[in-house]
Design a protein around this ligand. Structure first.
Ligand SMILES: *[C@@H]1O[C@H](CO)[C@@H](O)[C@H](O)[C@H]1NC(C)=O
Ligand SMILES: *[C@@H]1O[C@H](CO)[C@@H](O)[C@H](O)[C@H]1NC(C)=O
Length: 280
């Protein structure tokens, strides 16, 4: 009995070590390593969790840099009172003032109030292109799949394989096409802006806040030493644009779920909307 028990303990420990080794192969830690958890997801895959407390937030970023690709992850967000927390899954080329970025961010809320999913695109340091959504489910109750497809024609945001937004490349307008990007996932305190315009702050008595990530997939052209290598089968996403049916789901989410659209915020753009707002 004792032998069997210790055998199980060893197995459990091995699973954690495997998950951690797998994590270290792919990612670098952002923030405090003690705030990251590793385990078996029960389906032969790995689960990584991020913790946020008064000491620190946490995150991870891909060791690879990509120039175009398809990136997805399953996430279960902070439950209960998540006000002030921001959970992210995004691509970024770095910190410079001319950086590119493609964002999915979840802004927490008081118990029972809806999360907001923010999507944004930055090209050459030009951002301010947010579409924000209420989801049609509670993203803290279970794992759901969030996906970014980035190719030279457009950027597609999907939730559980439902396209919710497409951001097109109009050749004369800003679009990320040349700066390789890393994939980042983070959990942090965004109290100053995240929830109800910063009016509701994080409640530390609910710490630690935890978000879990499963089934991370980065299927992109890996960039190093000025050249890019695309994996077999990359044609499937490299030329992908939305068909009529998918454009219908985008229109459906715009009608039913959109909580903010930069192209409708005249107050923010007194000198006229960004160029893409008026285009088909
Ligand atoms: C939080 O809940 C309030 C009230 O329902 C809502 O107006 C707001 O959009 C929600 N989300 C955030 C991130 O503030
Ligand atoms: C990469 O390209 C840049 C600009 O084209 C050049 O300045 C740099 O020397 C190149 N680096 C390598 C390692 O080839």
């Amino acid at each position: 009995m004792a032998a069997r028990l210790s055998f199980l303990v060893v197995l459990a420990l091995l699973a954690v070590l495997t998950a951690k080794a797998d994590f270290d192969d792919q990612f670098e830690v952002i923030g405090d390593r003690d705030h990251i958890g590793y385990k078996d997801d029960g389906n032969g895959g790995q689960e990584f969790s991020l913790e946020l407390d008064q000491e620190s937030g946490s995150g991870f970023k891909s060791k690879n840099k990509y120039l175009f690709g398809e990136f997805s992850v399953r996430m279960k967000l902070v439950d209960g009172n998540s006000a002030g927390t921001v959970t992210s899954f995004y691509l970024t080329s770095g910190e410079s003032s001319t950086h590119d970025e493609i964002d999915i961010e979840f802004m927490g809320n008081s118990s029972g109030q809806p999360y907001v999913m923010n999507t944004n695109v930055w090209a050459s340091g030009d951002g301010k292109k947010e579409h924000q959504f209420y989801l049609w489910f509670d993203p803290s109750a279970d794992f759901h799949t969030y996906k970014i497809t980035w190719n030279p024609k457009n950027i597609i945001f999907e939730v559980d394989n439902v396209a919710v937004r497409t951001f097109k490349n109009y050749d004369d307008l800003p679009f990320p096409t040349s700066r390789p990007m890393e994939v980042h996932a983070t959990l942090w305190d965004g109290s100053y802006w995240a929830t109800q315009h910063g009016n509701v702050k994080i409640h530390w008595r609910h710490e630690p806040f935890v978000v879990s990530y499963r089934a991370y997939h980065a299927n992109g052209c890996v960039h190093s030493k000025n050249s890019s290598r695309c994996p077999d089968g990359s044609d499937a996403w490299m030329h992908r644009e939305l068909g009529d049916e998918e454009l219908d789901t985008v229109a459906w989410t715009e009608r039913n779920c959109l909580s903010y659209n930069y192209c409708a915020d005249g107050w923010r753009f007194p000198k006229g909307f960004p160029g893409e707002c008026g285009r088909k």
